[in-house]
Design a protein around this ligand. Structure first.
Ligand code: APR
Length: 273
C-alpha cells in the first residue's frame, strides 16, 4: 500500500485528470452478483440462458418481454442493495477535488446506480455501459433517456412483465416499446449514449487511473487504461485477483490485492491527508 500511495502522490503532483474506473467487483460487497457468476443464469421455457445471450439486441428483438423481465429482476436486486465503503470513498475523493474543476472523473461499467446513491455527481460520472434505472426508445426515434416509470415493479425471478407495466415501458415520444438503457454485447459504444469520445479524451489527459474491481474483459475500459498508460499516466489496480490490468499497473503505480471496500477508503484517506 505505501508504494502505491507514493506513486499516486507523485502522479497527483503532475497536471492531468484523475480517473477512477470501476467494474462489478466494486459492487460485489453490496451483494450484487457479477454477470459471469452462477447466479446470472436465467430460465425461459425449457432453456437456460447465459447473461451474455440475454443482454443482446438479438435476444431483445426475438423476446423483448422476457429480456425486460430479466432486467426488472436485476434492477430489483440493485435497488435492494446499498452502496458500500468503496462507493462512498470514491464520492469523497471526487469531493476532495471540487476546487479543481473537472479534474476528477469516475468511469463505471456498473449499471446498478450505487455510485449515484453514494453521492458521486452525475456530471463527473460516466456510465459507459448504461444505467438500469433508465430506458430509451427501442426504435431510437430520439436519443433521450427516461427514468423507468415509478409504476413499473421489480420482478421476482421467473415472474413475467404484467400488462400494466407493459403499458408503461413505452417511448414517451413515439409510443413504441422502450428498451433498457444498457450496452448490449452485440452493440458498440458511442458518444451520445455511452460517452465514448469524452471518456477517451479524459483518459488521454490522465495523470492517474485507479482501476477497481474489473476483469479487463470489455473494450472501452481497456482502451482507457492503455491510452492513459501510453501518455504517461500512473496506473493502479485494486482487485482481489491478478488480471490484465495488474500487469499494466505493475509498470507504474502497482496493485493493491485487497477488496475494493477495504482498499479504496484507505487509499483515499491517505491521499487526502
Ligand atoms: N473487490 C475488488 N475486486 C473484486 C471484488 C472485490 N470485493 N470482488 C470481485 N472482484 C474482481 C474480480 O476478481 C474480477 O476481476 O472484480 C472483477 C469482476 O469482473 P467482471 O465480473 O468481469 O466485471 P467487469 O470487469 O465489471 O465486467 C463486467 O462486462 O458483462 C459485461 O457489461 C457487463 O459491465 C459488465 C462487464
Amino acid at each position: 500500500m505505501e508504494a502505491v500511495v507514493a506513486a499516486c502522490r507523485s502522479a497527483l503532483a503532475k497536471q492531468g485528470t484523475v480517473i477512477v474506473l470501476t467494474g462489478a467487483g466494486v459492487s460485489a460487497e453490496s451483494g450484487i452478483p457479477t454477470f459471469r457468476g452462477k447466479e446470472g443464469y436465467w430460465t425461459i421455457g425449457a432453456r437456460e440462458y447465459q447473461p451474455q445471450e440475454l443482454a443482446s439486441h438479438a435476444a431483445f428483438s426475438e423476446m423483448p418481454w422476457e429480456v425486460w423481465a430479466w432486467y426488472l429482476y436485476r434492477r430489483g436486486v440493485c435497488r435492494a442493495a446499498s452502496p458500500n465503503d468503496a462507493h462512498y470513498a470514491i464520492a469523497r475523493w471526487d469531493d476532495a477535488f471540487k476546487s479543481q474543476n473537472d479534474r476528477f472523473a469516475l468511469v463505471t461499467q456498473n449499471v446498478d446506480g450505487l455510485h449515484r446513491r453514494a453521492g458521486s455527481p452525475p456530471s463527473r460520472t460516466y456510465a459507459i455501459h448504461g444505467d438500469v434505472d433508465l430506458m430509451r426508445c427501442s426504435v431510437e426515434c430520439v436519443a433521450n433517456l427516461w427514468p423507468i416509470p415509478p409504476g413499473v415493479p421489480a420482478l421476482a425471478k421467473g415472474e413475467p412483465v404484467g400488462e400494466a407495466a407493459r403499458g408503461l415501458l413505452v417511448c414517451p415520444r413515439c409510443g413504441e416499446m422502450a428498451r433498457p438503457h444498457v450496452l448490449w454485447f452485440d452493440e458498440a459504444y458511442d458518444e451520445p449514449r455511452y460517452r465514448l469520445d469524452t471518456v477517451r479524451d479524459l483518459a488521454a489527459a490522465a495523470c492517474l487511473v485507479v482501476v477497481a474491481g474489473s476483469s479487463a474483459q470489455t473494450n472501452l475500459p481497456w482502451q482507457v487504461v492503455m491510452l492513459a498508460a501510453r501518455n504517461g499516466a500512473t496506473i493502479v489496480d485494486v482487485n482481489i485477483e491478478d488480471n490484465p490490468f495488474s500487469e499494466v499497473a505493475a509498470q507504474s503505480g502497482g496493485a493493491i490485492r485487497d477488496s475494493a471496500a477495504t482498499a479504496l477508503p484507505l487509499l483515499v484517506d491517505q491521499l487526502s491527508r
